[in-house]
Design a protein. Structure first.
Length: 142
């Protein structure tokens, strides 16, 4: 399981910069970032060194921030790598609420997924031959 920082924000000019500055001022490094938005609001999702500390600092600065558990699944960074993973999940009636990818230098990609699956999902994926990514594979952990 990987812990992700999730920050709710208004979709206004400069808000993403302000959020990232708050995280940076806390000395926390962002390694992957995804923003989903609507016309009025957005959710910034980030993989960072210390997500719990990041959420706490964001809250202290007045942001609505939480830590969200997600899974990371490593696949080959080739056409169809993600499709195979998503097909596997679909065949098991696992809903993927959202996802994003991080390409790594070794030719693989880590797919970060928020699912409605239970805690056993990582074991099911591993048993089927999928490589579960650990946080230390994506970013440095102190």
């Amino acid at each position: 399981m990987i812990l992700q920082l999730s920050v709710f924000m208004q979709n206004e000019r400069g808000r993403m910069a302000d959020a990232c500055r708050t995280i940076a001022d806390a000395g926390i490094d962002i390694h992957a970032l995804f923003v989903a938005d609507t016309e009025q609001f957005g959710v910034l999702r980030a993989l960072c060194d210390t997500p719990a500390t990041a959420a706490e600092r964001m809250q202290q600065a007045g942001w609505r921030a939480t830590v969200t558990p997600v899974i990371g699944v490593r696949v080959d960074d080739v056409p169809g790598g993600l499709a195979a993973l998503l097909t596997f999940l679909d065949e098991r009636d696992v809903n993927v609420e959202y996802g994003y990818c991080v390409s790594l230098e070794d030719g693989s990609a880590v797919n970060i997924l928020k699912t409605d699956g239970d805690k056993a999902l990582e074991a099911v994926l591993a048993e089927a031959g999928f490589a579960i990514a650990r946080p230390e594979e994506i970013y440095d952990i102190d």
